[in-house]
Design a protein around this ligand. Structure first.
Ligand code: NAD
Length: 321
């Protein structure tokens, strides 16, 4: 059968698809495809391996044709796919959970440390030749050891971050998750389920790990920043629109919070004007899962989902529609 991959991914998954006897067509341009290009390229294929920047809706599904059986997203988030449109057309949708959890949790922790200890700002300061010798008040940051971490969304990645924080840095864990009301954490690491308000008021570090849904858009905006401690650090590795970026800019400029670390931006790839000019934010370009091993594993898993679906089996990471 024919499979279209919307952008080059690690070879390991492509090889698996070929070994399974399929014809694999990989986009030959190193950028996201335009709508027209995507519609043209998917025509007649049985499976699409998509990226999180590809908006997969009925228009693209219809351009592919009735033989389209699966769209395998090369990401754990699937807010780029219209599930209802897929359900109406009997198209399976899959993602790549679990295998990227540890890499993303590592990145969230790296952002906590980088923003809390002003690592990137210190690097810029040093490179600019501003260091004139040791000083008692130079670039003071926030401790992590024993502080309180608030995890918003205690799923796979939120839990992995909480383990790192509790076991490595003896942090106290508060979490807010409307679906998970208790967890093995509660006894294992002394984690406590609380309301979002309680979490924001009491946490020294707040890390966001929710999916992007209509109800999580701008979950963190001006009223939420006003609840946070002036010394708090906000980290977002989930999806950009979960944090109101204009409100974040104001909160950082007014020092309503100490600092932020963001891997995802509200209007990717555009950054809200002003954010790049302030010192108290660390910004990475959606690379939380970007390790060699993890990207290989994502490639393998997306391929396995396609192979299963094209055999007529339930793919391992089928998303309920
Ligand atoms: P998950 O489904 O295991 O966890 C999400 C958690 O959020 C669940 O426990 C769910 O109950 C909770 N939740 C849902 N709605 C909520 C709300 N309104 N308030 C609070 N909690 C809510 O998912 P995961 O594997 O941990 O991934 C989380 C998200 O991280 C993904 O949806 C994806 O968007 C993002 N992500 C980003 C990157 C990156 O490169 N930056 C990589 C992987 C995942």
């Amino acid at each position: 059968m024919r499979i279209f991959i919307t952008r080059k991914i690690p070879q390991i998954g492509i090889d698996r698809l070929k070994q399974a006897g399929h014809e694999v067509i990989v986009s030959d341009v190193d950028r996201p495809l335009t709508r027209d290009e995507l519609k043209q390229k998917v025509a007649g294929v049985d499976a699409i391996l998509s990226q999180l920047v590809d908006k997969m809706n009925g228009e693209i599904m219809d351009a592919a044709g009735k033989q389209l059986k699966i769209i395998a997203n090369y990401a754990v988030g699937f807010d780029n796919i219209n599930l209802k449109n897929a359900h109406d057309r009997n198209i399976a949708i899959t993602n790549t959970p679990d295998i990227l959890t540890e890499a993303v949790a590592d990145h969230a922790f790296a952002l906590m440390l980088a923003a809390g200890r002003r690592i990137v700002e210190s690097d810029r300061f040093s490179r600019a030749g501003k260091y004139t010798g040791w000083q008692p008040f130079l670039l003071l940051g926030q401790d992590l050891l024993g502080k309180t971490l608030g995890v918003v969304g205690l799923g796979r990645i939120g839990s992995a971050l909480a383990y790192r924080a509790a076991q490595g840095f003896k942090m106290k864990i508060l979490y807010y998750d409307p679906i998970i009301k208790s967890s093995p954490f509660d006894t294992e690491v002394g984690a406590k389920p609380v309301s979002l308000e309680e979490l924001l008021k009491n946490s020294d570090f707040v890390s966001i790990h929710v999916p992007l849904l209509p109800e999580t858009k701008h979950l963190i905006s001006t009223p939420q920043f006003e609840m946070m401690k002036k010394t708090a650090v906000l980290v977002n590795t989930s999806r950009g629109p979960v944090v109101d970026e204009q409100a974040l800019l104001k909160a950082l400029q007014n020092r309503d919070i100490f600092a932020a670390g963001i891997d995802v931006w509200e209007f990717e790839p555009k950054l809200t004007p002003g954010l790049a000019e302030i010192e108290n934010i660390v910004i990475t370009p959606h690379i939380a899962s970007a390790t060699v091993e993890t990207r290989d594993n994502m490639s393998k898993l997306a391929a396995e989902n396609i192979i299963a679906a094209l055999k007529g089996n339930a793919p391992p990471n089928l998303i309920k529609q």
